[in-house]
Design a protein around this ligand. Structure first.
Ligand code: SAH
Ligand code: SF4
Ligand code: F3S
Length: 441
């Protein structure tokens, strides 16, 4: 069946920050084709940039498709063209249009630069599916970056070779690849020219980034950070997500002496039980993780530590879980994400014995989150009285109010006329569980 060529589009991203980045690049790509951005119910083309990490995330896509089509038909009497992009597209490929007839296009995370051609195919009624992982990177085929706001994401590394036994990412994103130095520096310059004051370097294992600098020397992420530190106009650098095994001495050292590198480290550990870590194929144990945290804190004593945790991995006993709580107590987190284990098709852990009952998982998650929430509140309270700076990132909810971030990634509201992108000297006046209140100095 032929379809009208879409004139407007809407991109909706789920999942991690790398998907948010990809969503931005797809938006830039479609805008460069002359399509205009529209709301979800008004757009001729809706791109769902999906996440496959847990079952819930995947299932959400299918319920979303139904809802979007229904709303669009009710509002405008037309069925939009639907593209499924991202990690579900990669994992389920040609099964998607079989399961949902409303889907016109399926495009994987390494192929979305071909979206315009796929849209043209779909308009002529040709099946439009592309889940290739081409050797030539998509980045060269994407248009230049547009203005982005005060804080921008920049993907520098993609894919994962770690194969944790619970995780789909090595299958959906492919092998670890680092973007070349010059390409990253060019994109960073474009972002700063567009108004970005902060850049967050992204990768599934961003601290595994490796490349050659202008002089042909092999550099790690620390080298890239040091070069970005010298970029005029760039005030803040962050990076995420890191794997403990790729946390080099040089990168730890950068936290000690690169002023623009913010004192925040997201370093997932997943569990505090060595037995479970082994079954997860994490290639670190709890002691090596804690030593790492000590070294980072020696380099940068005020650093805020964040992490990811999975409860209810197959075979997790009450004493394994107690080891996770003990590790959390030792580390003291500024924030963290915690999840119930979700068996994923094709991963080794999905076939392991002793899958944990849902109610046990739920109870453990509640206990862990109670502890992590209290640590987050305690971290926020411990910053009260500090003189620091916030970067104004967007308008606040109330008129005249702006939303900013402290160096430790805490949200801070401030009544100010200062424009987005300003850095303002403040004192942290009081702390809540999820944000801090600040006063202008
Ligand atoms: N590369 C990153 C993780 C990306 S996925 C890293 O290793 O840190 C983000 C988080 O999702 C993981 O850290 C893990 O805590 C969680 N996760 C991954 N697979 C999961 C699964 N099958 N069930 C529950 N949580 C999972
Ligand atoms: Fe998944 Fe492990 Fe790779 Fe992280 S390191 S993306 S958890 S396989
Ligand atoms: Fe999800 Fe893919 Fe990111 S599975 S977490 S969107 S890499």
């Amino acid at each position: 069946m032929t379809r009208a060529t879409p004139k407007s589009f809407h991109v909706k991203s789920f999942g991690c920050q790398m998907n948010v980045y990809d969503g931005t690049r797809m938006t830039e790509l479609l805008a460069a084709q002359g399509l205009t951005e529209a709301g979800q119910d008004e757009a001729d083309l809706v791109v769902l940039n999906t996440c496959h990490i847990r079952e819930k995330a995947t299932e959400k896509v299918y319920s979303d498709i139904g809802r979007i089509v229904k709303h669009s038909v009710e509002a405008r009497g037309v069925r939009p063209m639907i593209a499924v992009a991202g990690c579900v597209a990669q994992a389920e490929g040609s099964e998607i249009p079989l399961r949902s007839k409303a889907v016109d296009i399926v495009v994987g995370p390494q192929a979305y630069h071909r979206l315009p051609a796929l849209v043209a195919d779909a308009a002529t009624g040709v099946a439009a599916l592309d889940t290739d992982m081409p050797t030539a990177s998509k980045f060269g085929a994407l248009p230049a970056r547009r203005v982005t706001g005060a804080s921008a994401f920049l993907t520098v590394q993609e894919g994962c070779d770690k194969f944790c036994t619970y995780c789909v990412v090595p299958y959906t994103r492919g092998a670890e690849v680092s973007r070349p130095w010059a390409q990253v520096m060019d994109e960073a310059r474009a972002l700063v020219e567009g108004g970005a004051r902060e850049i967050t370097l992204l990768g599934q294992n961003v601290n595994a980034w490796e490349g050659e600098d202008e002089a042909g020397r092999t550099r790690g992420l620390d080298g890239l950070i040091r070069a970005l530190d010298r970029l005029p106009g760039l005030a803040r650098i962050r990076y995420t997500t890191s794997h403990p095994c790729d946390m080099s001495e040089a990168l730890i050292g950068a936290h000690g002496d690169v002023e623009t590198l913010m004192p925040f480290l997201h370093l997932p550990v997943q569990s505090g039980s060595d037995r479970i870590l082994k079954m997860m194929n994490r290639s670190h144990d709890s002691a090596s993780y804690l030593r790492l945290i000590d070294r980072v804190r020696q380099a940068r004593p005020d650093i805020a530590i964040s992490g990811d945790f999975i409860v209810g991995f197959p075979g997790e006993t009450e004493s394994d879980f107690a080891a996770t709580l003990a590790l959390v107590e030792t580390v003291g987190h500024a924030q963290a994400f915690s999840f119930k284990y979700s068996p994923r098709p094709g991963t080794p852990a999905a076939d392991m014995d002793e899958q944990i009952p849902a109610d046990v998982m739920e109870a453990r998650l509640q206990r862990l989150q109670a502890l992590l929430n209290s640590q987050q509140h305690a971290f926020n309270r411990a910053t009260v009285g500090r003189h620091t700076r916030i970067l104004i990132e967007r308008e606040g909810r109330r008129p005249g109010q702006k939303l900013g971030k402290t160096p430790w990634l805490q949200s801070a509201h401030l009544a100010t006329e200062a424009p987005i992108g300003s850095l303002i000297d403040v004192t942290i006046a009081s702390a809540g569980p999820n944000s801090v209140a600040v006063e202008k100095i």
